[in-house]
Write a protein of this length. Sequence first.
Length: 256
Amino acid sequence: MATYNKRGYKPKTKEEKQTNIEEESTTAEVFNALDESASKTEDFVAKNQKYIFIIIGLVAIVVLGSLGYKEFISKPKQTSAMNDMFQAQKYFDQAVTGTKKDSLYNLALNGGEGKFGMLDIIDQYSGTPSANLANYYAGTAYLRLKDYKNAVKYLNDFNSEDEILAPLAKGNIGDAFVQLGQKEDALGYYEEAAEMRDNEYTTPMYLFKAGTIALDLGQADKALTYFERIKDDYSNSSEAAKVEVFIGKAEVLANK
């Protein structure tokens, strides 16, 4: 067992002298190993400093390039996209609330009065949040114009974490597949839309749509599960006011 010797202490016995020699030898070996390691490191740096500086330079270029892109390209590009998108968004809003819906949806898509439409925003400002949002508007406009394949295309290109828009986009794809006669696909999108977020608006709406499509597909047990969830968890929703009839229908079909 190692002992602590005070400074200036001189070994007295033969055993103490031998122990002291061994400890000094071990210490010397440790320092020699450290010196060798440091020397090897210095040699490596000396031999490869050109490549090390190149790597450091490349890392710096990537970091500074990323910061510069965000500050001097991405931000101005997004600002410009938002400005150019204003009129197209206005046409879309007018189409939702107005009477000349088809013409307004077409203007929202293709532009008017010398202003960009949503398709122009997608093309000219690819990679910006505005272009992403334009995919949602374009897909929804195509859905209202009964161009269901383009509706699916553009809505699938839209990505969002928004509480309402994210499930609406998925649900709109489901609506398009219903019109295309692809009810299995529609059911999958309705189920996805219902589970994406938990709120009193989109969740019961898409649970109800999923339930009705499941009934059409002969999946009464699944439909019953969705309808009962609306009754139990979303009793204040507009879907809850009419769900009892569908629960009864699903129960009859499930028991056949």
